[in-house]
Ligand binder design. Structure first.
Ligand SMILES: C[S@@+](CC[C@H](N)C(=O)[O-])C[C@H]1O[C@@H](n2cnc3c(N)ncnc32)[C@H](O)[C@@H]1O
Length: 248
């Protein structure tokens, strides 16, 4: 999204819509769009408090206190806690337990340094973006109602598909709800008038499920999936149309 917004003149989109089922991510972007001043003020407070704590133990205690509040609050400040947890939790990952509670451990960061210029830039960039917090099926229904599902460009970044021999763990890496990739690709394949791309880590499962689409290599990345495991992975792009050049 940010890459496209930075090159908006080139792409000439009439409308940009973004969706994720995770309300924390979407609430963060909505607040960044609608009330940057509030966000900045509150983040400054928490950043200062954290940085002024004398040792890692006190920082650890502070982190778990904020995590606890984050898991039980439902107010505007929750979004500030979310940002703080992304900055100080282990590797900035988001993961929930089976009860839907954020459960990422402390990331042992000595200091946090928030780039407010970058936040402000992104806030400016997203002023015309519409954010939705739905399951992708409901989101597609809305796009259909608004008559923007056809003749669109759709970028999808679904949850990672675990490959048993690489990552011996369950699929629910992000939220308590699992994601059915077969159902997803089925729905995508019904789109006849839109161009879409789907990013996915290279694996046997990914190739089985998405293999009917055109496939491109996007690069190699180190991916940290939980506090104990990271692995090198090739990131693929599956698309329903030919990509002609690097930029595309
Ligand atoms: C690989 S991550 C994408 C992260 C995002 N593109 C980014 O750059 O931060 C997969 C995302 O899919 C979302 N997700 C999982 N199930 C979903 C569903 N049924 N509908 C919509 N989004 C879903 C998760 O909340 C998660 O943010």
């Amino acid at each position: 999204m940010i890459n496209l917004l930075n090159n908006i003149e080139e792409f000439k989109f009439n409308k940009i819509v973004v969706n994720d089922i995770n309300s924390n991510i979407i609430n963060f972007y909505k607040l960044l769009k609608e009330d940057y001043q509030y966000l900045k003020k509150q983040i400054l407070i928490i950043e200062k408090e954290y940085n002024s704590l004398k040792d890692l133990n006190s920082k650890k205690e502070y982190y778990y206190k904020v995590r606890e509040k984050f898991n039980h609050y439902d107010r505007k400040i929750k979004t500030v806690y979310f940002f703080f947890l992304m900055k100080t939790g282990f590797n900035g990952v988001y993961r929930e337990n089976s009860k839907g509670k954020f459960n990422v451990p402390f990331g042992k960061k000595e200091y946090i340094k928030v780039d407010y210029d970058n936040l402000k830039n992104i806030s400016n960039l997203i002023q015309n973006v519409e954010f939705y917090n739905l399951g992708y099926q409901d989101f597609f229904n809305i796009l259909k109602e608004k008559e923007i599902l056809d003749n669109s460009f759709i970028y999808c970044d679904p949850p990672y598909l675990p490959e048993d021999d690489i990552v011996n763990q369950k699929q629910e890496l992000y939220t308590k709800d699992s994601f059915n990739h077969e159902q997803f690709v089925n729905l995508m394949s019904k789109l006849k008038h839109s161009k879409y791309i789907i990013s996915m880590t290279d694996s046997k499962n990914a190739n089985n499920i998405y293999g009917k689409l055109k496939k491109y290599k996007a690069g190699e990345f180190i991916r940290t999936i939980n506090p104990k495991k990271s692995f090198k992975s090739t990131e693929l792009i599956f698309s329903n149309y030919e990509l002609n050049n690097d930029k595309e």
